[in-house]
Write a protein that binds this ligand. Structure first.
Ligand code: PLP
Length: 397
């Protein structure tokens, strides 16, 4: 990868996240500067030709690459165990770029039924229109996946843990299926981050993130990234360079800085979330608590096998349905009601009327979203204050 100071990129997760950086400029700055430039100057006509002909490595135009995005990509690839990557303006642009790069009319996608609402829209309303078919399979029924692979299946797409159902599938099992049937396995790793789960180690070909979530972790910027084997990333880059979903240098600069604290933030998010999930598990107003590292989670053993910790998101179902969910959310004092997640601030979301509102009631129930479901993104406030806020709000139902 161009521009990276190779001596900086060695060590364990935390060290790589902090010490991977582009080469210092003549100013010898300690913290990497922001390269707000849309284009680059060539030494002469020959250099310009060679760069455009891919005979020489270097920056050509910031829709293709930029020092800040290169640093972010290189760092993420080291953390995720990927050969190469491409950074995009949003997580959806990353998913769209993968679909756009690999799917043509007549192809088929096998996808987990539980996918982010906009991914569902891409499959059902955008690629469907372009002659790409799809089949959904359930994360909790892994034995049904192989029979759903068709001769024209090009891509297996899966989100684990899923948003907001927190369902999980064995990635090694899907990796074996993908290998056997020679299809691409792409994993939306947004809820886990590379700190908790490394899909490529488990057999995935591509790992995708909405960097808007834990990678930023502070609710500031949008971003996305696709990582994986170089030959596949070359195809994504070929599609993305010309369709233009590139991440802005400013966002890449923010996100690369955020990665410096990813490990320490994820440790605390997960610690807090496990305490909240344990508190909620025995609460009389709650019908269901879904959290990967609660032994009651249906795929608890798989979660323990493939994730370092349980993540920061819990989905609960309030006994009183939508009325209870609304009362609970309105009674929260500290939690923010927001559509985002993975912030330092704890957030409550009602998926049925927000992120997954476009699904029919039947489709929502199929992925475990009830009218009483509330997604809790557990932040980094003091755990006693987080639990106290939830407890007082539940008392008001
Ligand atoms: C699992 C998952 N994938 C993809 C996305 C889309 O990311 P973005 O909002 O950055 O486009 C989200 C957003 O919430 C998400 O939760």
């Amino acid at each position: 990868m161009k521009h990276i100071d190779k001596n900086s990129a060695k060590g364990n997760f935390e060290t790589l996240a902090i010490r991977t950086q582009i080469e210092r400029s003549a100013q010898k700055e300690h913290s990497v500067p922001l390269y707000l430039t849309s284009s680059y100057k060539f030494d002469d006509a020959e250099e310009m030709r060679a760069l455009f002909a891919n005979e020489k490595e270097g920056n050509v135009y910031s829709r293709y690459s930029n020092p800040n995005t290169s640093e972010f990509i290189e760092k993420m690839c080291l953390l995720e165990g990927a050969e190469d990557g491409f950074a995009t303006a949003t997580g959806m642009a990353a998913i769209f770029s993968v679909f756009g790069a690999f799917l043509k009319a007549g192809d088929h996608v096998l996808s987990s039924r539980s996918v982010f609402g906009s991914t569902h829209q891409l499959l059902t309303n955008v690629f469907d229109k372009w002659g790409v078919t799809y089949t959904y399979a359930d994360l909790d029924k892994p034995s049904e996946w192989e029979a759903k692979i068709q001769s024209n299946t090009k891509l297996i797409f899966v989100e684990t843990p899923s948003n907001p159902g927190i369902d999980i599938i064995d990635l090694a099992l899907l990796g074996d299926l993908a290998e056997k049937h020679k299809v691409i396995l792409a994993v939306d790793n947004c809820f886990a981050t590379p700190y908790l789960q490394r899909p490529i180690d488990l057999g995935a070909h591509l790992s995708i993130h909405s960097a808007t979530k834990y990678i930023d972790g502070q609710g500031r910027v949008l971003g996305g990234i696709v990582m994986g084997y170089k030959n596949l990333i070359d195809e994504v880059v070929g599609f993305a360079r010309h369709s233009g979903p590139a991440m802005s240098p400013f966002n890449a600069w923010v996100l690369s800085k955020s990665l410096e604290t990813l490990a320490i933030r994820m440790e605390r998010h997960c610690e807090n979330a496990l305490k909240v999930a344990t508190f909620l598990a025995s609460h009389p107003k709650i019908k269901l608590v879904k959290y990967p590292f609660l032994p009651s989670h249906p795929q608890y053993e798989i979660a323990r096998k493939q994730m370092r910790m349980g993540g920061g998101v819990i989905t609960i179902v309030i006994k009183d349905g939508i009325a209870g969910a609304r009362k609970f959310m309105d009674a929260l004092n500290m939690f923010s009601i927001s559509a985002n997640l993975a912030d330092t601030r704890s957030i409550a979301t009602h998926p049925a009327t927000s992120t997954h509102a476009k699904l029919t009631e039947e489709q929502r129930l199929e992925v475990g979203i009830e009218q009483g479901s509330v997604r809790l993104s557990i932040g980094l406030e003091h755990i006693d204050d987080i639990i106290a806020d939830i407890a007082q709000a539940l008392d008001k139902i």
